[in-house]
Design a binder for this molecule. Sequence first.
Ligand SMILES: Cc1ncc(COP(=O)(O)O)c(C=O)c1O
Length: 390
Amino acid sequence: MRLATRLEKLQSNVFSLMDEAKARARKAGLDVVDLSLGSSDLSPPAHALERIRESILDPTSHGYLLFQGTRSFREACAEWYERRYGLALDPETEILPLIGSQEGTAHIPLAVLDPGDVALLMDPGYPSHEGGVHLAGGQIYPLALRPETGYLPQLEQIPEEVLERSRLLVLSYPHNPTAATATLGYFERAVAFCRAHDIVLVHDFPYADFHLSGEQPPSILQADRRREVAIEFFSLSKSFHMGGFRIGFALGSRDLVAALRQVKASIDFNQYRGILDGAEAALRGPQDYVREAVSIFRSRRDRAVAALAEAGWQVPSPEATMYLWAALPECWQGSSVEFCIRLVEQTGVALAPGSGFGSSGEGYVRFALVRSEDVLERAIAQIAGFLQRS
Ligand SMILES: Cc1ncc(COP(=O)(O)O)c(C=O)c1O
């Protein structure tokens, strides 16, 4: 069968190689500890689940919702945002529910790019950023992220001829996979840069609550208070551990919200109302739940970094996210994919190869701290044995 050539660009060989390696490890009888995916093992808040249960039993919740979701969900998003950042947004025109922030990042290029336009993307970065640009027929100019510059794109180094064709910049801090953070000052410079070059600025912000030792991470709209160039995507997957429910929301420029709504109107009928109701309960409910869950990830980070150091692998302790971004141990001569495949085949511990997030991720692996401290410690003991044998 002849299929569209754009599919070729959507293949991620790295992650399918890892899936095959995990399957081989399971087949060989190993107990696979999967630290390769950022899928939280904690439960959503009980009050959110209760709201979803009530909705399921309410037959008026079973129909199509159409494009904007419910007014009360959008109001809950606006109130949540205002409580945190002190900025009031209009629930009618500046907020849009999403089927997860991934959906927003994958669809926004369809609203912004014409075929051949350039998107400026972080490398390494989250794979849906790239996927969306390919679907829209855009071209990617990778912004290599380096530890010596805090894993922040050096916008002033982008060549003029690239800038002339650039229509979109995607940022995402706290950052997956490097766990780096950005300051409000950096966002202010990015907003000024986008204004100067007429570029749309997307900020993917699923780790808004995952500040482990630092301060609350800034929102891009604090730097674009008039909402002229920016749109920001939040997710309930991380803060409220609702990844499987697929719910997030976009906030920002009226024009961008309307454009994204227009794209989505051709694609989906929005999320099920029960899930919007549950998400609303999570946003409006007590936020101690969020702080407690984040403190679990803080302890996991501390224990994992200490155990890795004992095993002779020095890994920086990140201020944010649920990840560790680790340079491959010096004893290892091969690629990050070879490391992860060999590791899972020999020990059952699955990590994400850095090259899966872009070519500048080569030389690194990402740990997702999505298991209990004891499980992480046992997995790291297995890694220590593997390193000794390598
Ligand atoms: C940067 C980034 N964006 C988006 C997502 C997906 O979020 P959602 O579950 O809301 O689609 C993730 C998940 O790991 C992520 O790290």
